[in-house]
Design a protein around this ligand. Sequence first.
Ligand code: SF4
Ligand code: SF4
Length: 315
Amino acid sequence: MKYINFFENKKVSKLCYGTLALSNLQNFDTIENKVFLLNYAYEQGINFFDTAELYDNYKILKEFIKDKDRDKICIASKSYAYDKKTAEYSVNKALKEMNTDYIDVFMLHEQDNGNNFLGHYEAVKRFMEYKEEGIIKHFGISTHRVEAVRDSIKFKEIEFIFPIINYKGIGIQDGTFEDMCAALKEAKEHAKFIMAMKIYGGGHLIGETKKAFDCINSLSFVDSIAVGMSTIEEIDANISYLENNELNINIINKIKKQKRRLVVEDYCIGCGKCARKCRQNALEIIDGKCVVDMEKCVLCSYCAGECKDFYIKIV
Ligand code: SF4
Ligand code: SF4
């Protein structure tokens, strides 16, 4: 396993386990089986895990870390906190539900640009206090937009950037792969830690995963790569890509068959909340029902969190 310096205080695996793939938004397996996968990844050397308040899976991480040396594990989380109260809610929830004393990196989820960030500044100030207390070790943003990466340079509070990037630019809302690369390169020059997300374009690049992985892995300004993994084969494959090992053909074929899609249940009442949330314009209300355009969907699950009746599922 390849390890990198996580700022000055930890060594983390370059491959980060994206646990959206283990949330109830995307995965209906038992907690035991999900913890089994995290343990399997850990045994292979992965010690970096990304989660979010939205994913509602802190209890899985709690089960996973309970018998581990916490200081050897790095956990990133994020929320939509916008003021002091919501920042406190988010941090306390994460600490309590994962039964941990600290979070390695806490991010503002789905940031658009500098103005959007300033709109959350009361929360940012509270996050900075948590940082001084050692409850948050580092602070950052996640984003699907180039302008958020560019604007992050203006804010010294942002140490960690978690952008969408893949070689076809799928899901980048305001530019191309090249635009995102240029912005990230500049952010790296300002000492930001960069963790890539959605390198397989939300499943669109499932037929060419090696090429997609190698492209992002070769970018000098990308520190780590988060990948959502929901099977042992996916874990093995991503580790092989990272280590440049030959991958068994049976594993390659199994992964190709694991293409996922978004499904809207027939009970949908067409309220449109999910469609308003989708920035990829992948959802539309037609004849009173939500309809997905899978060509545009990147399986981020943001819409699923909007449907209070859980009619949206990734299968
Ligand atoms: S939020 Fe739920 S009920 Fe409303 S349109 Fe979307 S899927 Fe249908
Ligand atoms: S339809 Fe839902 S999962 Fe797909 S891109 Fe839009 S918000 Fe994300």
